[in-house]
Design a binder for this molecule. Structure first.
Ligand code: DOR
Length: 460
């Protein structure tokens, strides 16, 4: 894999950059890892001759060229759970999924609750990572919900948000104080909304499936009660609240009303909550009555919830799509449903399953791209720099083939986590190349990147 800052001329692609309202066939020129021109035709004028002589060429006709995807929510598992994933394997999977930037959650061991832990991740990522890794710091020490971290020190160490993801902050008083600090630091709280007294060790969505299968359910209210509390606290404190993995119809309604009221709230939804329902927990054969790969927190919900999430995405109530990439070992999932870990390995299937929504006419391609690029950039206050093809910005670019059909084989994942409910699914729409921070970090085998005409000639 080429890790040099690139000179590249991407010719004749369908350039979609919602941050600038670009949606046209054109060229994109990258020089020294930065975007020089996006859109229109790059003509060999004298001032460009040196750059064009260095630039490799990529014929992108029939392909979509857009800003590199940003994932607001993933679990890279390092330090502490290297059997599930490492920064190296996780970011390789991210690059294959089209993600040029990923924000990693703090539920590692040790957790990311001190500046030293944040520094460690940054150092490790600078050596091992293929894409940009932005760490999220804990809200409370060891994510125990008892004592706040030194949020100011974590901000100085470079966290882009605070979250105890995987755990809620049960104490309202502590969450109020966390919001006050995060407001003063100008960073968002990424909120895992779960009232554990309501979820009460439930396993799947509480509803028809839990009743039919006799499995303990997690009611929608477990999420909505916490969404409600934290919207009230965000209103009072004027903090920036970001709701992680929204999964229910009424969560969407609560967020909609809060936005109408002017509360500073944003929200994300995962690809799996947009494309699967609670029914997916059923296994394919009598020997395997359940598919533990569909066990996730929050749980897959009902068709009505899925439709509300898609509607919320379309009308802007839901700002971003985030994978919640949660890799686990085979042993973590190869057990009974009660014991199996919650989570889905999501980087490598995200675009494929989301393109289904585009092909079914549920959302437009430009809308989908905005939810993976400029909208998440806004949530973390990095718009203008990330999620855009603006001239001068670092080259973070995803190239995709909207019509390429492929089949998911989890055994071939770059991620250590093979835990996907999409194994064997046929998708239409595939990532063909990813450029992160000016470096080509992934190309599909079928993509031809040629030397420039000038170089070819000079080599005969
Ligand atoms: O399904 C999930 N898995 N939900 C979470 O909130 C945490 C995550 C994990 O860390 O495995």
């Amino acid at each position: 894999m080429n890790k040099e800052a690139i000179f590249l001329l991407i010719r004749g692609g369908h350039i979609i950059d919602p941050s600038q309202g670009i949606d046209q066939i054109g060229d994109l020129l990258i020089a020294e890892g930065k975007i020089l021109q996006a859109g229109g035709a790059v003509t060999p004028i004298p001032s460009l001759s040196v750059i064009l002589s260095k630039a490799k060429n990529l014929d992108a006709s029939g392909l979509v060229v857009c800003p590199g995807f940003i994932d607001l929510h993933c679990h890279l598992r390092e330090p502490g759970f290297e059997d599930k994933e490492t920064i190296a394997t996780g970011t390789k999977a991210a690059a294959i999924g089209g993600f040029a930037t990923v924000c990693c959650m703090a539920n590692t061991e040790p957790p990311l609750d001190t500046p030293a832990a944040i520094d460690w991740v940054k150092q490790k990522a600078s050596k091992d990572s293929l894409v940009a890794v932005l760490p999220i710091g804990c809200i409370t020490k060891a994510r125990k919900g008892e004592e706040l971290t030194d949020m100011g020190e974590l901000a100085e160490a470079g966290v882009l948000a605070f979250s105890d993801d995987g755990n809620p902050v049960a104490s309202s008083q502590l969450m109020r104080r966390a919001m006050e600090y995060s407001r003063d630091l100008g960073l968002p709280i990424i909120d895992h909304c779960e009232d554990k007294t309501l979820s009460d060790n439930g396993i799947i969505n509480e509803g028809q499936m839990s009743a039919k299968l006799g499995i303990k359910g997690i009611p929608a209210a477990a999420e909505e009660a916490m969404v409600t509390r934290d919207l009230i606290l965000a209103k009072q404190t004027r903090a920036r609240l970001h709701i992680a993995h929204a999964s229910t119809k009424d969560s969407v309604e609560l967020i909609r009303r809060a936005k109408e009221e002017g509360i500073s709230v944003t929200a994300e939804v995962t690809p799996h909550h947009l494309t699967l329902t609670e029914e997916r927990i059923a296994g394919e054969s009598p020997n395997e009555p359940f598919d533990t790969n569909a066990k996730v927190n929050p749980p897959l919900r009902t068709e009505e919830d899925v439709q509300a999430l898609i509607k919320g995405l379309k009308d802007g109530v839901i700002d971003a799509i985030a994978t919640d990439h949660a890799p686990h070992t085979l042993a973590d999932k190869n057990c009974g449903l009660e014991l199996a870990a919650f989570g889905i390995s999501g980087f490598e299937t995200a675009l494929g399953c989301l393109m289904g929504l585009v092909h079914q006419g549920e959302i437009s391609l430009a809308q989908l791209i905005s939810k993976l690029t400029c909208e998440p950039a806004k949530v973390i206050g990095r718009n203008g720099e990330l999620g855009t093809l603006k001239a001068g910005a670092p080259a973070n670019i995803t190239i995709l083939d909207p019509d390429r059909e492929w089949i998911v084989y989890s055994r071939n994942f770059a991620s250590k986590g093979k835990n996907t409910p999409y194994d064997g699914y046929k998708f239409k729409g595939k990532v063909m190349a990813t450029i992160s921070r000016g470096k080509l970090v992934y190309t599909d085998d079928s993509l031809v990147i040629a030397r420039s005409e000038v170089t070819k000639q000079s080599h005969g």
